[in-house]
Design a protein around this ligand. Sequence first.
Ligand SMILES: [Zn+2]
Length: 115
Amino acid sequence: MHELSLASEIVQMIESAAAREHFLRVAQLRLEVGALAGVETQALSFALTAMMPGTCLEGSEITIDEIPGQARCLHCAACVEVASHIEPCSNCGSFTLQATGGNRLRIVDLLVVND
Ligand SMILES: [Zn+2]
């Protein structure tokens, strides 16, 4: 399950940020997952929750926002919203779509506490 390795990357990234920026723990973590990122939000949330104890993320509140995928059609040049990589252009029906947004996972916000 690749959400497990993603979750572990996120935890490691935040742990090294904590060491570098001298914060003790995280109160809130907000992530954004694009519809085209290939990430199962529930699995990611489950994996993160499982990994939190013993890290600076212990007890933090995690929010995962799902954002729509965006693509540009190479056939008619329209910019369309898509829910998956196998959807046709809603304007012309062509499958020559190039993802332009909503194709990654990123940390949007990190609220840290120092006490
Ligand atoms: Zn099109």
